[in-house]
Design a protein around this ligand. Structure first.
Ligand SMILES: Nc1ccn([C@@H]2O[C@H](COP(=O)(O)O)[C@@H](O)[C@H]2O)c(=O)n1
Ligand SMILES: C[C@@]1(CO)OP(=O)(O)OP(=O)(O)OC[C@H]1O
Length: 159
C-alpha cells in the first residue's frame, strides 16, 4: 500500500533571527520568523507526511495561537507527526524536497540537511533528496523577503 503527500510552506525573513533549515543552523545575515523556530523545510516535510496519511496539516495539530508551540523546535513537531505515520503502519518510501531561496547558497549545507531529514524520518540517506533553487531574483524569494520549500513524500506499508 502506498500513500503520497505534498507539502509547501513559506516564512518571511527578519533581522536578529537564526536561519534554521532542515534542522541545521545556517550562517546568514538574517533568519526566518514564525511562531515556532520557523524551519520552513521541516514544516514542509511535516505537512507532506500529514497529507500522505490524510491528517490535514501542521497548523491543525500545532496551532500558532497555542503558547505551547511558541519557539517550538520543528524537529520535535516532525517527530510527533512521524509517530502518527508509524502508528498507521507506514514507513518512508522516499521524499524529494526543494528549498526556494535566492540566498544564502544552500549547496554547502545540503548534505547535513539531508542527513537530518533522514534521521527524523528514520530512513536511509538514499531515500531522501534535498535540493535548492533560486527564482532568478523574481518574486518574494528573489527579493530575499523570505524562503519557500516544497516536498513530495511517498509512504509505504506491507499489507
Ligand atoms: N539558495 C540556493 C539556490 C540554488 N543553489 C544551487 O544553485 C543551482 C542553480 O540555481 P538556479 O536557481 O540558478 O537554477 C541549484 O541547482 C543549486 O544547486 C543553492 O545552492 N542555493
Ligand atoms: C509551526 C507553527 C506552530 O508553532 O507555527 P509557525 O512557526 O508560525 O509555522 P507555520 O508554518 O506558519 O504553521 C504551523 C504553526 O502552527
Amino acid at each position: 500500500m502506498f500513500r503520497i503527500g505534498q507539502g509547501f510552506d513559506v516564512h518571511a525573513f527578519a533581522e536578529d533571527r537564526p536561519l534554521i533549515i532542515g534542522g541545521i543552523t545556517i550562517p546568514h545575515t538574517k533568519g526566518l520568523i514564525g511562531h515556532s523556530d520557523a524551519d520552513v523545510l521541516l514544516h514542509t516535510v511535516t505537512d507532506a507526511a500529514l497529507g500522505a496519511i490524510g491528517k490535514v496539516d501542521i497548523g491543525t495539530h500545532f496551532p500558532d495561537t497555542d503558547e505551547a508551540f511558541k519557539d517550538a523546535d520543528s524537529a520535535v513537531l516532525l517527530e510527533k507527526v512521524w509517530g502518527m505515520v508509524k502508528e498507521e503502519g507506514y514507513r518512508l518510501g522516499n521524499i524529494d524536497c526543494t528549498i526556494i531561496a535566492q540566498r544564502p547558497k544552500m549547496a554547502p549545507h545540503i548534505g547535513d540537511i539531508r542527513q537530518r531529514v533522514a534521521e527524523l524520518l528514520e530512513a536511509d540517506l538514499s531515500q531522501v533528496n534535498v535540493k535548492a533553487t533560486t527564482t532568478e531574483r523574481l518574486g518574494f524569494p528573489g527579493r530575499e523577503e523570505g524562503i519557500a520549500a516544497m516536498a513530495t513524500i511517498l509512504l509505504m506499508k506491507n499489507e
